[in-house]
Design a protein around this ligand. Sequence first.
Ligand code: FAD
Ligand code: SIN
Length: 532
Amino acid sequence: MKTDFLVVGSGIAGLTYALKVAEDCPDKIITVLTKTVSDETNTKYAQGGVAGVTNFDNDSFAKHIEDTLIAGDGLCDPKIVEIVVKEGVERIKEIISWGAHFDKDNSGEYALGKEGGHSEFRILHHKDVTGKEIEDTMLAAIAGKPNIHLINHCFVVDIITQHHLGYLVTKSTPDIECYGVYVLNLQKNKIEKILSKITLFATGGNGQVYRTTTNPSIATGDGVAMTYRAKGKIENMEFIQFHPTALYEAGVSGQAFLITEAVRGDGGILRNKNGDAFMEKYDVRKDLAPRDIVARAIDNEMKIYGTENVFLDCTKMDLEKFIHHFPNIYAKCKSIGIDIASQFIPVAPAAHYSCGGIKVDEWGRSSILNLFACGECASTRLHGANRLASNSLLEAMVFAHRCYVESVKKINSIEFHESIRDWNAKGTIAPKEMILITQSLKELQLLMTDYVGIVRTNERLERAMKRLDLLHDETEQLYQTTSVSPQLCELRNLITVGYLIVKSAQFRHESRGLHFNTDYPEKSDLVQNIVL
Ligand code: FAD
Ligand code: SIN
């Protein structure tokens, strides 16, 4: 198969890009691949909303920029922050023009929410299901485009580069080029080759590397792992954001239901086992301090009291307003027997967002020629050491646009590489036991949670690395000898992601933003991005 533009991912990043390219280049073919179904994305689960300056009476670009820089703890690239904050307003107008509805108040103005680290109310939202509104809008918008081919159940396995022409490709090879991808077509159960002139990775996050995460099961860091295997550059992987308030349900692991930070923005208060509001002990901004601070404070309270969770107290909030703004959360709590008007909601931190990823420049170009990346899988240096809440949907739209602008400029100068060999599955056999994969996945998630969580130490990182080495060797052996399956590919990718997180964490000899190592508790004067 051949396509002019290949888009891997159907979340906000991939679909925004596909739509723009399709409108600008009606004579070109754009193929969008997803590994399951088109709306199963991190995007669909976004709750709080999209941060952006839309009310210039109280708010300003300068304030949003400053809030982003403060949250990022000295590691954001100020130029990128300015680009995203300023261009974001245009992108918000665009998505509204494509049909996304954001809530308005009685006077017809946007009803803006507030989350941790924001100095103003500036979050546009659609109740507490903003992501679903965006995902549905984008899928409807691309459905009308005859030159966009959306193919579900196509698992991208690897990037095709000069390596597949028989050349030795290493980290120091100049001009590594992307010629397309190998994909596991799950309808045909066959690995196919897709040649593309330009490839965009919009493959989302990697929350599944931890035992409990707000991310759905698709979030296995495939794009990052594939880029690393193809010898592309990956950066700042140690900055994994733990959302402070995932719903705690005893015995439940995997995807946890999120209680949006906007609940705290509207008056929700965190309380410990004794019912004490504890955030004032940790930060003057209390419950609305940036996420890294709140998650660490919760972690500390849980350790002090030996509990698995703390509580979010919404009992003093106006019930009618709560139900109006957060109908999904209200219904979820009710479904498990929690009456938010009289009972506290049990919450605990859960892996939520990857601030690092595929290193890209200000136009979304990765270090591999003709491979672009945007959305959560990319590292643009907007978020620095800690992402400001609700900045990721904004970043995804801004960078999807920038990738579109740059790739459309290039497309006519690129030819297909016809001489790429087909996938060679000789010598592999069907896997005998799934337990080899499922048990390794459990081990991986457990070791990452226990050794590479909110608080890290040198010893824990060292232990994690030793165990990752073993899992890596066993899984590679399995990969070389058995036929490829999504489960095996995901395990392999998650082990790579785990390795990248631990390695980056080991290189960072300081505590900054989301990376807290008790052996280096202070922030260093040396401001550096870790590139692997
Ligand atoms: P995704 O939306 O995750 O899409 C990834 C796509 O890649 C999927 O289509 C998947 O099938 C495809 N894919 C991945 N690997 C492969 C492969 N190997 N082969 C083929 N296809 C593949 N951010 C905000 O700004 N505001 C919020 O309010 C907010 N709330 C959130 C709430 C939750 C519960 C979660 C989980 C995240 C939230 N975020 C929020 C973060 C934000 O939703 C994500 O960062 C963003 O949606 C990521 O979009 P994306 O397009 O990069 O990737
Ligand atoms: C939330 O709604 O709390 C999540 C917002 C985000 O991750 O940006």
